[in-house]
Design a protein around this ligand. Structure first.
Ligand code: ATP
Ligand code: MG
Length: 322
């Protein structure tokens, strides 16, 4: 008898090396709760698409333990495949068919009885505001509407998890906002677990129940946007030196001055993450001037996504919860 847990996905210590020697995933672990919007946030090459391909059973990992909907990914791939859907960059829309014909065609692929399919179709068309587009040919739809229809098609089979790889890439801000609203509806009205990837920090922030920051093939941090924002809101003091060596020389005494591992070096800069910007700015200034340390500039900076990535990977060593 299969046991049902609160988790839609559990991945532990997953490795994947491509044949060309690229290590796309190395020791990745994460957990996705049933019914939540889970966002994988990472830069180009972080391994996001590789992980989606593995979780959707198209690619085999080299090692690690993965369960999807409490099924083992290796043993029960068929069962998993029947209960998930994946929206990729290539749409499954046939532009020769009408919107409704596309949806009914999809239902036949999944052998959904006609009456049930029609009911499902009407609910999806209504939920995703597709009614105004029924009278136009699908070939005339904008990219944003095509993406919306594509997601509706993928929901015809009532999947328990919907995977979306960069659903808003290349969209203007209005289309992106419409997409966010749609993803929220998928969670609220259909109870579907949503697993998506993105480059955009603000997208992860406004949309997700849980965010996993991914870097170099593994998780750097996983938490709620609220937890993540604590770091985003954290200011940074950036001191510029004439060289990396000079920046490095300052690092050890600076670390002593700001305990808690908040100091790091990048190029010829020494960065100090701080929650008390005024006290720490004064502290850094006094230290530099008193000890006659030559520096070229000192400023307050909002950390970028990359700064946060670096901070997590340096601070935590191996992934941890924030
Ligand atoms: N089929 C493949 N064969 C060899 N290497 C690959 C293959 N697919 C991806 N890679 C490499 O694996 C690493 C992870 O790629 P992946 O596509 O998973 O990253 P990503 O986070 O999705 O990036 P992006 O944001 O650009 O989509 C990259 O270095 C990439 O070049
Ligand atoms: Mg990708």
């Amino acid at each position: 008898m299969q046991q049902t847990t609160q988790y839609a996905i559990l991945a532990e210590d997953v490795d994947k090396q491509y044949k060309n020697g690229v290590q796309a995933l190395s020791g990745l672990s994460l957990s996705v709760k049933r019914g939540e919007i889970f966002t994988l946030l990472g830069e180009n090459g972080a391994g996001k698409s590789t992980l989606i391909r593995i979780l959707t059973t198209f690619l085999r990992p080299d090692s690690g333990r993965i369960s999807v909907l409490d099924w083992d990914l290796h043993r029960d791939a068929e069962k998993i495949r029947a209960r998930i859907a994946c929206v990729s960059q290539q749409t499954s829309i046939d532009t020769h068919l009408s919107l409704k014909e596309n949806m009914m065609f999809q239902s036949r692929l999944y052998r959904i009885p006609k009456a049930a399919a029609q009911k499902r179709m009407d609910k999806l068309i209504h939920a995703f505001d597709l009614i105004p587009y029924l009278k136009y040919p699908v070939s005339s739809y904008s990219g944003g509407i095509k993406r919306r229809l594509d997601i509706a098609l993928n929901l015809m089979s009532e999947p328990e998890i919907l995977f979306l790889d960069e659903p808003t890439v290349g969209m203007d801000i209005q289309s992106r906002m419409a997409m966010w609203e749609m993803l929220g509806k998928i969670r609220e009205e259909f109870g579907t677990t949503v697993f998506l990837t993105t480059h955009y920090l603000e997208e992860a922030d406004s949309l997700s129940d849980t965010v996993c920051i991914m870097k170099d093939g593994r998780e750097a941090a996983q938490g709620t946007p609220f937890e993540l924002r604590q770091y985003i809101r954290q200011d940074m003091i950036r001191i510029r030196f004439s060289s990396k060596a000079a920046a490095k020389d300052s690092a050890a005494p600076m670390a002593g001055l700001f305990p808690g591992g908040k100091v790091r070096i990048q190029d010829n800069f020494c960065m100090i993450f701080t929650e008390d910007i005024h006290t720490d700015l004064t502290k850094a200034n006094v230290y530099l001037l008193k000890n006659k340390i030559p520096f070229l500039g000192i400023e307050i900076k909002q950390p970028s996504l990359d700064d946060i990535f670096l901070k997590f990977t340096e601070d935590t060593g191996k992934g941890s919860c924030i």
